[in-house]
Design a protein around this ligand. Structure first.
Ligand code: SF4
Length: 714
């Protein structure tokens, strides 16, 4: 009897949201792959959401980029890798020679693996000598990064997913967890079922699917979160909830933050009015928070994507510092990251204002440390351009070459028409992608085929600081190459040493060694590093189990930070930050009387280049939509099921009107996924305003004044 060998399951990690679930992928021939949840992965313990379960449906080679191409006489023509790399290296070199290093830029992505990110950051900051490398993670969690750095001294997430299960109350702020972080939501739901007294509070202008689990929903007026949490700080202080010992021993700045909070948020009735919520509901939240020691406050894009995003983050953290509810089981502020590797990118300095290993560009000692470790010829000496500013400077002609890797900014950035003008004007646009025909790669002068999920190897870090391996289980299609390899080959053609890596394990080892190297007392008073992972052999790297950083020399991870009350500021103390209330940059008026909010739907991911391939995922929501209150629809003369045009002072888009998404009067909600490849341009980015948070540079995706009219009616 002939027995076929049993196919082996490869342990890897989901490429979508920041929950970072473990996946078992079993190739069974002809490109088919059986997908299952990994019971042994701590994030999901065998569960997968509908997007993760459908990963096998997204792996076909239809529409894949298989060969490099270069634009000649207006058309992209297939060329060899050597020709494409020569064109990029030569173009960058010439522009730098004539205009200096700040005339070139990289725009990368939270979809990249940490190893890709590391190399991109090293090339730009250490060898080209400019910090003009930013990432689409700027659009989703840079306010959390800035808030963490202000409060804790470094971008550190204090807690872990287990804290949600050990808490007695979970507060979800600006997060449709049910759709955007589904497995974490399932874990919260399971606790609610087992312990009915476990309380869930949802703070969101929309009544989303997450509210199905809520004991209390506060439908705050968009943009008023600082009022709400300043009011909570004041309430806690006035009701004897200050952990005086913790505040005295481990923090500074309390009096100043409280003074500012009390300025206009001491009266809960005034706060309720500012936030447009029922006073009794507000007080219910305040009383519950005050009475419950084990509270996790998790926040996501509804907090971050705001011109006051950093202050919103700090207003939340302030309440946890005041009560000493941080660094202990079942409590703490918790940033839910959107992308699979937003955290990994931060660790290696993937933002234009950071250096690798959590070091700072504006710290001379840190610059010296990184340059010395890399033996780099130079080091960027000032922060680079953040995403929105970068594309402005491209349009202004100051940045003349940009290499866009694994992202589709013509759909995802705000004021997308401006982004299009920028790419039209740019002298050299390089795009690395896995698919042909996106809105962005239509503007490429050089188009490079990248490896996709299942084909590439490396690591990602999820919202709870857990590093997991993404492993290859499919062959590279056509001539597709890993992004780290293309970046290294361009670096070598530009004449730079330090890019002769044989594989991702060598890059990871260098990253871990740099992380350890920084931990001299002068460069870092406390060790929050992955130094314990340095020196892994290729095999050990391949077999790496999920581990939460910091990682000690013995290889053990760390579930919770600050357990001893020691923070990363030089004096070891956390900072209260005074967060004065302020309105969003652009407010509704007679011409644009509605407020546009944007976000995800359950079964699509980003600009749908992968999830758009899975028919079962399109069954949930098959086209873009404009969700609005029925009475507003009546007022503006638009009807459910009919096309309408939403416009702002930046642009317009068309979609079908629908009701039932839980939006309050005065607002509209449009999903972010649909792009210009549809019959009518459904890019909501054309409408979104380009205002940003002054500290983090994160755009205000949740608050654009718009109007609406029937489409096709003159
Ligand atoms: Fe993937 Fe997120 Fe779903 Fe987990 S919850 S399977 S990481 S999309």
């Amino acid at each position: 009897m002939n027995l076929s060998p049993i196919p082996l399951a490869i342990r890897t990690a989901c490429p979508y949201c920041g929950v970072g679930c473990g996946v078992l992928a079993t190739p069974v021939g002809d490109g088919a792959v059986i997908i299952a949840g990994d019971d042994a992965h701590p994030a999901n313990r065998g569960r997968l959401c509908v997007k993760g379960s459908a990963l096998g449906d997204t792996l076909s080679l239809d529409g894949r980029l298989l060969h490099p191409s270069v634009r000649e006489d207006g058309a992209l023509r297939q060329v060899s890798w050597d020709a494409a790399l020569d064109k990029i290296a030569g173009g960058f070199r010439d522009i730098i020679a004539e205009h200096g290093p700040d005339a070139v830029a990289l725009y990368v992505s939270g979809q990249l693996l940490t190893e890709d990110y590391y190399v991109a950051n090293k090339l730009m900051k250490g060898y080209i000598g400019s910090a003009n490398i930013d990432t689409n993670s700027r659009l989703c969690m840079s306010s959390a990064v800035a808030g963490h750095k202000r409060a804790f001294g470094e971008d550190l997430v204090p807690g872990c997913y287990d804290d949600f299960e050990q808490a007695d109350m979970v507060v979800l702020v600006g997060s449709n967890t049910a759709w955007c972080h589904p497995i974490l939501f399932q874990r919260i739901s399971a606790i609610k079922e087992a312990r009915p007294e476990f309380k869930v509070v949802v703070i969101d202008p929309r009544r989303t699917a997450t509210c199905e689990l809520a004991d209390l929903h506060l439908p705050v007026k968009p943009g008023t979160d600082v009022w709400l949490f300043n009011g909570l700080l004041s309430y806690l202080a006035r009701n004897g909830k200050v952990d005086a010992g913790f505040v005295a021993a481990h923090t500074s700045g309390f009096d100043g933050a409280l003074d500012v909070a009390e300025h206009d948020c001491a009266d809960p009735l005034a706060v309720a009015k500012a936030c447009r919520v029922e006073p009794e509901a507000l007080l219910d939240f305040y009383r519950s928070f005050a009475a419950t020691t084990k509270v996790v406050t998790a926040f996501s894009q509804g907090v971050n994507q705001s011109s006051a995003g950093t202050d919103k983050v700090n207003a939340i953290i302030n309440c946890h510092l005041l009560t000493g509810r941080i660094g202990k089981p079942g409590m703490g502020p918790f940033s839910l990251t959107g992308q699979p590797n937003a955290m990994g990118g931060r660790e290696v300095g993937g933002l234009s204002n950071m250096l690798a290993a959590h070091m700072d560009l504006d710290n001379p000692l840190h610059r010296e440390t990184v340059q010395g470790f890399w033996q780099a010829p130079r080091i960027a000496d000032k922060p680079g351009l953040k995403a929105v500013d970068l594309f402005r400077d491209i349009e202004a002609g100051k940045v003349k070459a940009v290499w866009i890797v694994a992202t589709n900014p013509l759909v995802s950035l705000p004021d997308a028409n401006q982004v299009q003008r920028a790419l039209e004007k740019c002298e050299l646009v390089v795009v690395s992608d896995i698919v042909a025909g996106t809105d962005t790669n239509a503007f490429a002068d050089v188009l490079l085929p990248a490896l996709g999920w299942g084909e590439k190897d490396g690591t990602v870090t999820n919202s709870e600081r857990c590093i997991s391996r993404q492993r290859a289980f499919l062959p590279a299609p056509g001539e597709a190459r890993a992004d780290w390899k293309a970046l290294c080959q361009v670096a070598q053609r530009m004449g730079f040493d330090g890019f002769d890596f044989d594989g991702p394990h060598q890059i990871f080892d260098e990253h871990a060694r740099l992380s350890a190297y920084r931990n001299t007392p002068a460069a870092a008073p406390r060790a929050f590093s992955i130094g314990g992972l340095r020196g892994l052999t290729a095999r050990q790297y391949d077999e790496l189990e999920p581990v939460q950083w910091p990682v000690s020399p013995g290889g053990a991870g760390t579930a919770r930070l600050f357990a001893d009350g020691g923070f990363a500021h030089r004096d070891g103390r956390a900072r209260f930050i005074a967060t004065a209330t302020r309105a969003p940059v652009h407010m509704p008026d007679a011409e644009y009387p509605l407020v546009l909010n944007t976000g995800r739907v359950r079964d699509q991911w980003h600009t749908m280049t992968r999830t758009g391939k899975a028919a079962r995922l399109s069954g949930h929501v098959s086209e873009s939509f404009i969700d609005m209150h029925p009475q507003d629809a009546l007022k503006f003369g638009v009807r459910e099921g009919e096309l309408a045009r939403v416009s702002s002072q930046w642009g317009a888009m068309v979609a079908r009107v629908q009701h039932g998404g839980g939006i309050a009067r005065g607002g509209v909600f449009i999903p972010i996924h649909w792009n210009g490849q549809t019959a009518s341009d459904a890019r909501v980015g054309t409408v979104v305003n380009p205002a940003v948070d002054p500290i983090s540079g994160e755009p205000e995706f949740k608050h654009t004044p718009v109007t609406i009219e029937r489409f096709g009616v003159s």
